[in-house]
Write a protein that binds this ligand. Structure first.
Ligand code: HEM
Length: 435
């Protein structure tokens, strides 16, 4: 058997490297040890690659080749009923239930909610007010998720769910996800205890809301109601599983989009040529959500933003059946990672990879192993269509009606938030209504 590839020593150093600056750590490792290389991190050894030919092998492998990375460590945080942690037939069945309402014609219904939410969020600021892209992105994406996924349709319900969700997020410390050793109880005071207590409060609210809805769940089109009801093929899920599932959608679907909104503002404001070109198209359009979602230029801007700033810098799997990658036989139990933060900056694929240039996405398409901000294979992000739709609608709506000024004088860099990376300053902005 070919030995594992070489890689940097030091579990603590590697774990710190990936928490603090994954792209920097990966690039340094590749230049020293080659691609793929072996990363020894607290969650176990992982063979990392950014080469499309190997990434394709990972995404095309049969689903049974892999199990979920760090599943045992994540169960206490996300719950066994989370789609992110399911495997095999249960995973396939759950995706079949969740995916349809996040695609196609449902998007048209959600699109108007998304647009209205963006309009309200920006109208909240007086001309000349300062805020961050992350703040407004979080306000918008959280409200969108709460309205469309949870179906929170009254102001008090929205505000209560918003408060409880924020509490869960603010207690989701990165270290809890990266080291199971930090997951211990201590009289209700440890980080895990505090996260659990916030999750419990959110769960109680969900339970109360479902009780309030009663039979209405059979006629409503929010995801909570859709997932809560029985179908011809399956009985209604048990409450704990449903709460895990909804919790994951809220967690996975809100912060990722919020961060992407902030990055898109950042890049557009630093590249007025693209902003002006976009404005001309927005002004000439009918300014409807559906039109924005279908506009090739907006789509290319979103794609280029996610290329430069993949919110999840690598997607991970655990090898369950012997797997060969790049001439190495990866033993069962080892991890493999497809690192988009490496692939997306590969100069053989992307000319001048550090430049923001949406034109590249207007000129050609990239394969799923050259461009994968939403991961790939059977675990590809189930909310990808929802997120790209939302990003286009939000950016189009705000940039059509308002001028934004970038207040950050220095370069904004990605920093760790939890399992995601976000802009160091949040992207500081000043707003003015457009004439
Ligand atoms: C810009 C926004 C988003 C980004 C960058 C993003 C990225 C990702 C990535 C990289 C994965 C892992 C894929 C893999 O392992 O191959 C993932 C999985 C997932 N995402 Fe997203 N996501 C976004 C928005 C959303 C939204 C809006 C939702 C829900 C409404 C969502 C729900 C999920 C779920 C449930 C999974 C687990 C899928 C599975 O394991 O089968 N995401 N996402």
């Amino acid at each position: 058997m070919t030995p594992l590839p070489p890689g940097p020593d030091g579990v603590v150093r590697s774990t710190w490297g990936i928490i603090r600056d994954p792209r920097g750590f990966f690039e340094k490792s590749v230049s020293r040890y080659g691609d793929p290389f072996l990363m020894r991190a607290m969650n176990g050894p992982v063979v990392v690659t950014g080469k499309p030919v190997f990434v394709e092998q990972i995404f095309r492998a049969s689903p049974d080749t892999f199990s979920v990375f760090a599943r045992d460590a994540l169960i206490p945080l996300l719950g066994a009923g989370s789609l992110l942690l399911m495997e095999g037939t249960r995973h396939r069945a759950e995706r079949k239930r969740i995916a349809p309402p996040l695609h196609g014609s449902c998007m048209r219904t959600y699109g108007n909610e998304m647009q209205e939410t963006a309009q309200n969020a920006i109208a909240h600021y007086e001309s000349g007010a300062n805020f961050t892209g992350l703040q407004i992105g979080t306000d918008i994406s959280l409200n969108v998720i709460l309205k469309t996924i949870l179906g929170a349709d009254t102001a008090p319900l929205l505000s209560e769910f918003r408060h409880l969700t924020r509490k869960v997020l603010s207690r989701s410390w990165p270290i809890l996800f990266f080291s199971p050793k930090t997951q211990f109880g201590f009289w209700g005071l440890s980080p895990l205890d505090r996260l659990r207590s916030a999750q419990e409060q959110l769960r109680e609210k969900l339970r109360a809301e479902l009780n309030r809805r009663g039979d209405q769940i059979n006629h409503r089109d929010d995801l909570l109601s859709i997932l809560a009801r029985s179908t011809d093929d399956a009985p209604a899920p048990d409450f704990e599983d449903l709460a895990d599932s909804i919790g994951t959608l809220m967690f996975a679907g809100h912060e990722t989009t919020a961060v992407s909104i902030a990055w898109a503002f950042y890049h557009l404001l630093r590249h007025p040529v693209w902003l002006n070109r976009l404005r001309e198209e927005l002004d000439a359009s009918d300014q409807q959500a559906e039109t924005y979602a279908a506009m090739p230029l907006l789509k290319a801007i979103v794609q280029e933003t996610l290329r430069l700033n993949p919110i999840v810098t690598e997607v991970l799997r655990i090898v369950r059946e012997p797997f060969e990658l790049g001439g190495y036989d990866i033993p069962v139990g080892h991890g493999v990672a497809a690192a988009s933060c490496l692939t997306h900056y590969d100069a053989d694929i992307y000319e001048s990879p550090n430049e923001f240039n949406p034109q590249r996405f207007l000129d050609r398409t990239y394969t799923p192993s050259e461009y994968y901000p939403f991961g790939g294979g059977n675990r590809r992000c189930v909310g990808a269509a929802f997120a790209t739709y939302e990003l286009a609608v939000v950016l189009g709506t705000i940039l059509h009606s308002h001028e934004l000024e970038l207040l950050d004088q220095r370069e904004v860099v990605p920093v760790r938030r939890n399992i995601t990376m976000g802009p160091s300053t949040g992207v500081r902005l000043r707003v003015r209504k457009r004439r």
